[in-house]
Design a protein around this ligand. Structure first.
Ligand code: MG
Ligand code: MG
Length: 255
């Protein structure tokens, strides 16, 4: 069921989104060579707790998952696309790091992700990240009242494919509100003019995932959560939570 939020509910989601945005910024600043993914998770847990919010991911278990999610962040490095579990791995110079974070304020969720390179960056990695950010921006720009859900998918897909990168199959964005994952599912590619009409009060997480090697295929790591590129090439993932409003898309997870 698709839930339409009131303006006051969106205001609380904006607060959750603000906590997520600030957590991501704090984690990015802490992400230096030699810092472990688990240490980044601890930074996020502390920040969210200090903000009086709760982490969305901790103990989250969708039907498809083998175990409850064990951490606050998803930390996806290099060929890990999404859902990387924070381990004792220490960040190395040139790593492409994606951080995904969710937080709950007064029962309402925010969900966002950033990708960046720590230390000296390979220009190819920066190009991949920029293309992923362009796909996200295109998706947000298409999230206009009266447009269709497929218009967002189409915009993400066209922008994502423009540079020849792969787009991870079967994965996309989602409705968000009291639950982190609500209807509708938002594919990262689709046909313009198809799907449900976008009404003010609909909140969506938009999250393109691009693969440097050009493949769309993925595989699971042994932990049952981490999703890796099938070709071993690097991936980038960025995400914002937005709301459809009468005035156009409103990004809830900017600082
Ligand atoms: Mg997310
Ligand atoms: Mg999400």
């Amino acid at each position: 069921m698709v839930e339409i939020k009131t303006e006051s509910e969106l205001a609380v989601m904006r607060e959750a989104g603000r906590v997520v945005a600030k957590t991501l910024q704090t984690v990015k600043e802490a992400a230096a060579v030699g810092v472990s993914l688990r240490e980044l998770d601890e930074v996020a847990a502390q920040f969210i707790s200090d903000a009086g919010a709760k982490p969305s991911f901790l103990h989250y278990q969708p039907r498809s998952a083998p175990t409850p999610y064990p951490n606050v962040l998803c930390t996806s490095v290099n060929d890990v696309v999404v859902h990387g579990i924070p381990t004792a791995y220490r960040i190395q110079g040139g790593d492409l790091v994606s951080i995904d974070c969710g937080a709950i304020v007064d029962g309402w969720n925010g969900d966002a992700a950033i990708s960046f390179v720590v230390g000296d960056a390979d220009p190819a990695d920066l190009a991949l990240i920029e293309a992923t950010e362009r796909a996200l921006a295109a998706g947000i720009a298409a999230a206009q009242p009266g447009a269709k859900l497929g218009d967002i998918s189409y915009a993400i897909g066209v922008a994502g494919r423009a540079s020849g990168f792969g787009m991870v199959e079967d994965h996309g964005g989602h409705g968000i509100g009291r639950l982190m994952h609500e209807d509708p599912h938002l594919p990262n590619e689709g046909r313009a003019g198809r799907g449900m009409r976008l009404k003010p009060g609909l909140a969506l997480a938009i999250e393109p995932m691009l693969v440097a090697g050009g493949t769309d295929a993925y595989r699971y790591a042994d932990d049952g959560w981490s999703i890796l590129t099938a070709d071993g090439s690097r991936a980038a993932h960025v995400e914002h939570t937005i709301a459809i409003t009468e005035d156009g898309p409103r990004v809830l997870t900017v600082r």
